[in-house]
Design a protein around this ligand. Structure first.
Ligand SMILES: *Cc1c(COP(=O)(O)O)cnc(C)c1O
Length: 237
């Protein structure tokens, strides 16, 4: 991508317009579904350059999401001067957990017990605390990532008992081909059960560009939106 001032200005205008349209969608959904509590926007910048992260920060974005350790850590270093919260939303391998703990503030995608001590050690080594969410599979299979609903209490207890991790809540992606309204209602039930044991685990990370309205209706506290703001995603070469 060119860094010419004209291109940067055009990109800034496009991101600004898309961001405004997304905020309008979120506000309309909050009004329609009677949400009076805040709904936070995490802008998913995966596959887009650090220059876009920089422009988004100019435009008031406070939270960005990445799904790969290498790409996220590189962008984090490139825009280090920016006061941003970094969210890791991708499938996590335990050999990458310590590295993710260096740059991410929030990890949405913990779905196996072995990730927990790896993240805790990584956070400790880098002198940081991490917010952690349990990713839940809503289609009864764990193939595409996510713990089964009945595995959530054990994972949550492990996270809550870790010295450098704070259990924030749950995350899910609506299963392919499923009704997102029903899927996110299931997630809300799982979140409610979790809060009985962990009252501070109040985050529900759900809703992407295509399904943010059902997520807001079901009580999502954090939306993860990419293409509606950044445009169609270039593939990584
Ligand atoms: C890419 C991604 C998103 C954003 O999806 P869009 O369709 O670009 O809004 C949200 N959550 C996860 C886990 C993702 O991988």
């Amino acid at each position: 991508m060119s860094d010419s001032p004209l291109t940067a200005l055009a990109r800034r205008a496009q991101l600004g317009a898309n961001l405004a349209a997304t905020h309008a969608r979120i506000e309309a959904a909050r009004a329609a579904y009677g949400r009076t509590d805040p709904v936070h926007l995490v802008v998913v910048t995966k596959n887009f350059p650090a220059s876009d992260v920089d422009l988004l920060a100019d435009l008031g974005v406070s939270d960005v999401g990445e799904n790969r350790d290498q790409e996220g850590s590189r962008k984090y270093a490139e825009v280090a001067a920016r006061a941003l919260s970094w969210h890791f939303i991708g499938q996590l391998q335990s050999n990458k957990a310590a590295s993710v703990a260096r740059w991410a503030d929030v990890v949405h995608s913990v779905d196996r017990a072995r990730l927990v001590p790896a993240l805790d050690r990584g956070a400790s080594r880098h002198g940081r605390r991490l917010r952690v969410l349990v990713q839940v599979s809503l289609d009864g299979a764990s193939g595409r990532g996510g713990a089964l609903p009945d595995e959530v209490p054990t994972l949550a207890a492990l996270i809550a008992a870790s010295e450098h991790l704070d259990l924030a809540g749950v995350m899910a992606v609506a299963p392919l081909g499923a009704d997102p309204w029903a899927a996110f209602r299931d997630l809300a039930d799982i979140a409610r059960a979790l809060r009985q044991d962990h009252p501070d685990a109040t985050w529900i990370s759900a809703g992407m560009s295509a399904d943010l309205e059902p997520a807001v209706a079901a009580g999502a506290t954090h939306l993860r939106v990419g293409i509606a703001i950044l445009g169609s995603r270039p593939s990584l070469g």
